[in-house]
Write a protein that binds this ligand. Structure first.
Ligand code: GUN
Ligand code: ZN
Length: 438
């Protein structure tokens, strides 16, 4: 058993629905006790400490904030080597930068090297779970899951399905994509904490036959996830309309092939219609909000307030979308979400931004019964933020009046330096200060 002591912040429900005060649990001096990969005690130090077995080690974190580990609801690990390549909009960026790099992932060793870097960087940023796009090559999935299994990570990932409108080196066929996905599901889904996502890249690069095959995979394996992209960019939306003329909207392409539902999550959703939001709500399909990516690729402003509107709310998780996204820092991503909300005229409370990066993203992935909050019985994936990680932050924090202002300042000024420690299944997998002195 190991216990962490310091200020802690977690959510017991959805602040967009029930309000921040009713759902935010902020304990100035808390203890999180972890054993066997689970949280076994959480609460005020005065209440929890006397209940711990004598001799339990207690790691004390001052000037810190303990939170559930961050959840990145949508990311492409093979794009890490081309992060920041741009100045272009989505379709040109894919053609000019992405597909050439993704073509290299038929090579298991290349995939494994990038997967290792990706996982190490994610942990350095406090990300303990992600929903990851691999490439069209099964080796890219084997490489990521092999490395994630060593860390006992809770991770969702899948082989990208794409059978048209891209270079041959990154294409499969409807049948091959089906067969390879099925084999990968058999090999990885439910192994340890790993989970499989059927992953049609987007409606531009899959024929109706491939989308049908993806729908079949989902029907045949009722607890696998589904992930894709929807309505990210205006030119992309127009292209999908011409490629799939029978569909009522871009989202409807997926709905017609059985690819919406409680286990499905779609990245972006910048250009969704009111009717689309209703379909997402009614089918309980989730969205991944990718603000640094939408800004970098000039895709537009995601309407978070519209997505979370009471009575017709859609589950939303925050996501880096690296390499369209420009950072694996969840603090940077929260700040981008805040700025996008400001530009849209509907500010985002800092607490709600943290919710989107933890319990909200876990809920968007259908995993909030296991991860995303600090509570007894939850898996022990935890991040410790250093609230004074730079000289400016140390000074600025002396002037904050409440927890929301503290979070706002951390989002505005913080980055990977603020991640003091990351715990996965109760084990410390990143200790910033130990890593720095190595
Ligand atoms: N749409 C289809 N593929 C991609 C991708 O790799 N990144 C982003 N941002 N959008 C996509
Ligand atoms: Zn993406």
């Amino acid at each position: 058993m190991l216990a962490l002591r310091g200020a802690a912040l977690s959510f017991t429900g959805d602040p967009f629905d029930a309000g921040i005060e009713a759902t935010r649990e902020h304990i100035a001096d808390a203890v999180v006790a972890m054993d066997g990969g689970r949280i076994v005690a959480f609460g005020a130090a005065t209440a929890v400490l006397p209940t711990l077995p004598p001799g339990t080690p207690v790691a004390r974190y001052d000037d810190a904030l303990i939170s559930a580990g961050f959840v990145d609801a949508h990311v492409h690990y093979p794009q890490l080597p081309i992060i920041g390549a741009g100045g272009k909009a989505l379709l040109d960026w894919l053609a000019d930068h992405v597909f050439a790099e993704e073509a290299r992932y038929a090579d298991f060793e290349h995939a494994r090297a990038v997967a290792r870097t990706y996982l190490r960087e994610s942990l350095r940023n406090g990300i303990t779970t992600a929903s990851v796009f691999c490439t069209v090559h099964p080796a890219s999935v084997d490489a990521l899951f092999t490395e994630a299994a060593k860390l006992d990570l809770r991770l969702v990932a899948g082989k990208v399905l794409m059978d048209c409108n891209a270079p041959p080196a990154v294409l499969d066929t409807a049948q091959r994509g089906y067969d390879e996905s099925k084999a990968l599901i058999g090999r990885w889904h439910g192994r340890g904490r790993l989970r499989y996502a059927v992953t049609p890249r987007f409606a531009v690069t899959s024929t109706p036959a491939q989308l049908d095959a993806a729908g079949t995979l989902v029907r045949e394996h009722d607890d696998v996830h589904v992930q894709s992209h929807v309505s990210e960019n205006a030119a992309e939306v127009a292209l999908v309309t011409t490629l799939h003329p029978k569909a009522a909207s871009y989202l409807d392409v997926y709905a017609r092939h059985g690819l919406v539902g409680p286990r499905a999550i779609y990245g972006h959703g910048v250009h969704l219609t009111a009717a689309d939001f209703s379909v997402l709500h009614e089918t309980d399909t989730a969205l991944a909000h990718c603000p640094t990516s939408n800004n970098f690729l000039g895709s537009g402003l995601f309407r978070l307030a519209e997505a979370t509107r009471r009575g017709r709310a859609v589950r939303v998780g925050l996501a880096t979308d690296v390499g369209g996204g420009t950072s694996l820092s969840i603090l940077r991503t929260m700040q981008a979400a805040s700025e996008v909300a400001q530009l849209g005229g509907e500010p985002l409370a800092p607490s709600c931004a943290l919710y989107l990066a933890t319990r909200g993203a876990a809920r968007a992935l259908g995993l909030d019964d296991r991860i995303g909050s600090l509570a007894v019985g939850m898996e022990a994936d935890v991040v410790v933020l250093d609230l004074a990680s730079t000289p400016l932050l140390a000074m600025r924090m002396r002037h904050v009046r409440d927890i929301d202002e503290a979070l706002a300042v951390q989002m505005a000024l913080g980055d990977d330096r603020a991640i003091r420690a990351t715990y996965v299944a109760g084990r410390c997998v990143h200790d910033r200060d130990a890593a720095a002195s190595q």
